[in-house]
Design a protein around this ligand. Structure first.
Ligand SMILES: Cc1ncc(COP(=O)(O)O)c(C=O)c1O
Length: 400
């Protein structure tokens, strides 16, 4: 008997992550991996977190081991509002909903906003966890082109006009996007907001990487800071600056929407883990976060510089890549008709792993692209790994 006949329509539209399949290829320590998508554990302030954890469990058990408010612990909401104000967003604790990672925020928003067949506009390429949340509500996804300045306004206008009346959401990651590593310019952000108003859709601004900046002068000011007509739902996360295992993210949204998201969250999990929240709360209250962010930036900056240098050495004339002025990724586009997915196994046999880019493109394009993270390996291995990668793509830029 097949249980599938009992499944919901939404379950019929679930899509497993196409990139998880590659994870099993990269567990071998002899393989230099540019394939991961996770922060480096060396950046986690483990001793401080261990001390805080012991303290909140012993001394604050009625909070840290108890159910908590669905909105999130009150002082943590205050700290999050302060973090957002420092990012030029005018807000207070009443605008905040703590979520179980920003991934839950994506799921809750999709649940509250989307009916089957509604259209979500996403960047080409986009974060797979975002597209999975929208597919899981039986939405249709339409891709919007990007260049090195971010979303191309003409493309956004064209797609929004073509699908007029069906578009409810645009999902964008303006700061050091996963997977492309790009930073959207402020001028483009203004145009995106204007087009959203013109075509009357909401914008999810997902910003887990905005603090991970490696160059001077990168302007990461969120769209949300200029959201005059309450269109932008802003998402943040402690995963990339503190530790993703703490599963602590947040939504900043117009208040009417926030109330409904809160009800959706009650149904999902009553509240995010109070032990995780208590640890993040104490960490923020101790004032240690800004020094931690400084350390994380310094940790990744050199790795990023090394990878960009090595790409220039080995791939100039054969590919282009994004400058990764922040975040965890650079995105490589091979010249010519190269299918990066077809070469993964050969690369792994040659001792290097990457993520082929096509799964990040909802329109089926991107077969000549790949995502590389510089988060995992040390500088020596990054040099060696890029050289190995060059070997894999050396023979030809034409498909074999
Ligand atoms: C763009 C983007 N959004 C959301 C997430 C999910 O992060 P969290 O750990 O906060 O759920 C990730 C994780 O990699 C991401 O890259």
């Amino acid at each position: 008997m097949s249980e599938r006949r009992f499944f919901s329509r939404d379950a019929g539209n679930f899509r497993p992550s196409a990139i998880r399949a590659f994870a099993k290829l990269i567990n071998d320590p002899n393989i230099i991996s540019f394939a991961g998508g996770v922060p480096n554990p060396e950046t986690f302030p483990a001793d401080e977190l261990a001390d805080i954890a012991a303290r909140v469990i012993r001394e604050k058990r009625a909070v840290s081991l108890q159910y908590g408010p669905t909105r999130g612990l009150a002082r943590l909401c205050e700290s999050i509002a302060a973090i957002c104000r420092a990012r030029s967003i005018d807000c207070s604790a009443d605008d905040v909903l703590v979520t179980t990672g920003s991934q839950q925020a994506l799921d809750l928003i999709a649940h509250v906003i989307l009916d089957p067949g509604d259209v979500v506009l996403v960047e080409l390429p986009t974060y797979i966890g975002g597209s999975s949340s929208f597919y899981a509500r039986s939405a249709e996804l339409a891709g919007v082109a990007q260049d090195d300045e971010g979303i191309i306004p003409a493309s956004l206008r064209e797609v929004a006009s073509r699908l007029r009346g069906r578009v409810k959401l645009l999902y964008t990651i303006p700061n050091f996007q996963n997977p492309s590593g790009r930073l959207m310019t402020q001028a483009r952000r203004d145009e995106v907001l204007a087009i959203a108003a013109e075509h009357d859709f909401l914008v999810i601004e997902d910003d887990p990487y905005g603090e991970l900046v490696y160059v001077d002068g990168a302007d990461t000011t969120p769209l949300k800071s200029r959201d005059r007509d309450d269109r932008v739902i802003y998402l943040g996360s402690f995963s990339k600056v503190l530790a993703p295992g703490l599963r602590c993210g947040f939504i900043l949204a117009p208040r009417a929407l926030l109330g409904t998201l809160e009800i959706a969250k009650q149904a999902a999990d009553l509240c995010s883990g109070t032990l995780d929240q208590s640890i993040v709360d104490e960490y923020c209250a101790s004032g240690a976060l800004s020094a931690q962010i400084g350390k994380v930036r310094a940790f990744y900056r050199q790795k990023r510089n090394t990878m960009i240098e090595e790409l220039a050495r080995h791939f100039t004339g054969r590919a282009t890549w994004t400058s990764a002025d922040g975040g965890l990724f650079t995105f490589v586009t091979m010249h010519g008709d190269v299918d990066t997915a077809a070469r993964v196994e050969e690369a792994v046999r040659g001792g290097v792993a990457y993520i082929p880019g096509a799964p990040f493109f909802v329109d089926g394009s991107g077969r000549n692209t790949m995502r590389l993270t510089f988060a995992k390996e040390g500088e020596g291995k990054i040099r060696e790994g890029v050289a190995r990668l060059a070997g894999v793509f050396a023979a030809t830029t034409d498909e074999r």
